[in-house]
Design a protein. Structure first.
Length: 293
């Protein structure tokens, strides 16, 4: 009887697994600090979206939220600047640029990280030196070179400038990712009789998905939003990508703000889609590489 009473007395009154409530002070403080920055960063996009659906006479004189929503700006932007044509130009120019940069960056990054060849460090330093030259200082020499080769005012010449100008930085990023992989993987694949290209394609590339996703995000954003080089090299209006054409909506004395912001809103959609898609692949690839390595 005494044993039973002792056991009953020792039984805890709180349910098993119950934990006392603790106020998440650290998370609350981080939210309190980061929330104003999030609002500040989202404000231009919200203003652009609302302005694209606002009447032209209420752009700067009306309330923040328009009293009457209209989609006239979208129809104007779609027809006045041949939006589908230039949107397609941006899509295929950006896609080819991203693919070309990925090919050169992955191959050269793997070579500089895992292969031994003469003057490897010297060539790597020379490629890095090209990153120190501002693009604006190279416009005139590149313009003259394209003119000498007969590639001026062609999308092929623009693609050459985009790929050659972006490959060194992407190669630098991919080399850093390749260096994180153990050399034992490559040695084991070589012992199994795999060729160097087979090792690169089947062993190395699946483990560098985070690096590939990073290069795709950076390169897509840079190429899609590029304005200066495209506006300098291409003189034929039908060959221009979207950004230089959107700039033409700004007049010298007046600007159709609903049409301009509507075009900008439509141009942002591919950027958001690619960023969200590559962000998921970045996290999944990072976890996959951690498990496999």
């Amino acid at each position: 009887m005494t044993t039973t009473e002792t056991i009953r007395t020792a039984t805890p009154t709180e349910p098993v697994g119950h934990k006392p409530f603790r106020f998440p002070l650290g998370k609350s403080f981080a939210t309190f600090v980061l929330l104003p920055f999030c609002v500040l960063m989202a404000f231009p996009f919200v203003w652009m979206l609302l302005t694209s659906m606002r009447e032209a006479n209420t752009i700067f004189g009306g309330t923040f939220f328009p009293r009457k929503f209209t989609f006239a700006g979208y129809s104007t932007a779609w027809t006045s600047i041949q939006f589908p044509l230039h949107f397609w130009n941006s899509v295929w120019i950006t896609s080819v640029t991203v693919i070309g940069v990925l090919v050169f960056a992955t191959l050269s990054g793997y070579a500089f990280a895992k292969l031994d060849f003469p003057f490897r460090n010297t060539l790597f330093v020379l490629l890095l030196l090209t990153l120190m030259m501002p693009s604006t200082a190279l416009i005139i020499p590149l313009y003259l070179q394209l003119k000498a080769f007969g590639l001026l005012d062609t999308q092929v010449g623009l693609l050459i400038l985009y790929i050659s100008g972006s490959a060194p930085f992407a190669m630098f990023l991919m080399r850093a990712f390749f260096q994180t992989l153990p050399d034992e993987l490559i040695e084991a694949a070589r012992v199994d009789g795999g060729s160097e290209f087979t090792i690169f394609r089947r062993v190395i590339l699946p483990l560098t998905r985070p690096g590939i996703a990073t290069v795709v995000i950076f390169q897509f954003l840079q190429t899609w939003n590029e304005f200066l080089i495209a506006n300098t090299v291409l003189r034929n209006t039908d060959s221009l990508p979207l950004q230089p054409v959107l700039f033409s909506l700004m007049g010298q004395y007046s600007t159709d703000w609903p049409a301009l912001t509507a075009g900008l809103t439509l141009s942002v959609i591919p950027v958001v889609v690619v960023y969200v898609r590559m962000q998921r692949q970045f996290v999944a690839g990072m976890m996959l590489g951690a498990v496999k390595s």
